[in-house]
Design a protein around this ligand. Structure first.
Ligand SMILES: Nc1ccn([C@@H]2O[C@H](COP(=O)(O)O)[C@@H](O)[C@H]2O)c(=O)n1
Ligand code: CDI
Length: 162
């Protein structure tokens, strides 16, 4: 059986923080603020996975008042979420995500983000799509106050005996 999940997240852009998106550190004048490394793409994907199996959301599993998660690499959180998915007898079918950022230009970093995701989900690259868009200067993303990300995921039941 296929199930679908949707995730959305936003983090504020501030000076003095690293910009990490899809596990890739991207040179920029500002970075995303958060309790973790604030990888907004990984957070949207984690929420989409949790949503696909009605397992709650990222804040329920990794509360932002828990010191264990301060500054944590969100790749670790995503791996933990995927472990929960596998425990339910499911695996990733395909993933499509979009990062909403006025700047910086993300296109050069997208291949590496896709590779990172393909490794976490142990799946071929053609199951992983990551895109970027501006909002043409409109809204909080357009004003470069923050970066948002959306993700849609389908998961499929792992069939025993083929
Ligand atoms: N931060 C971004 C935003 C967009 N891109 C690439 O530019 C294309 C055009 O963006 P529009 O918002 O003007 O539609 C988009 O399709 C991406 O390929 C980017 O690299 N980084
Ligand atoms: C990832 C967690 C946990 O460190 O913190 P943040 O980096 O603040 O991210 P957010 O998407 O606001 O919520 C989930 C959190 O509980």
């Amino acid at each position: 059986m296929l199930r679908i999940g949707f995730g959305y997240d936003v983090h504020r852009l501030v000076e003095g923080r690293k910009l990490i998106l899809g596990g890739v550190e991207i040179p920029f004048t500002k970075g995303l603020l958060g309790h973790s490394d604030a990888d907004v793409l990984y957070h949207a994907i984690a929420d989409a996975l949790l949503g696909a199996l009605a397992l709650g959301d990222i804040g329920r599993h990794f509360p932002d008042h828990d010191e264990r998660f301060r500054g944590i690499n969100s790749g670790y959180l995503l791996q933990e979420v995927y472990r929960m998915v596998e425990e339910q007898g499911y695996c990733l079918n395909n993933l499509d995500a979009v990062i909403v950022a006025q700047k910086p230009k993300l296109l050069p970093y997208i291949p590496l983000m896709r590779e990172n995701l393909a490794k976490i989900f142990k799946t071929p690259l053609n199951n992983i799509s990551v895109k970027a868009t501006t909002t043409e200067g409109l809204g909080f993303t357009g004003r470069e106050e923050g970066i948002a990300s959306y993700a849609v995921i389908t998961v499929k039941e792992v069939l025993k005996n083929g």
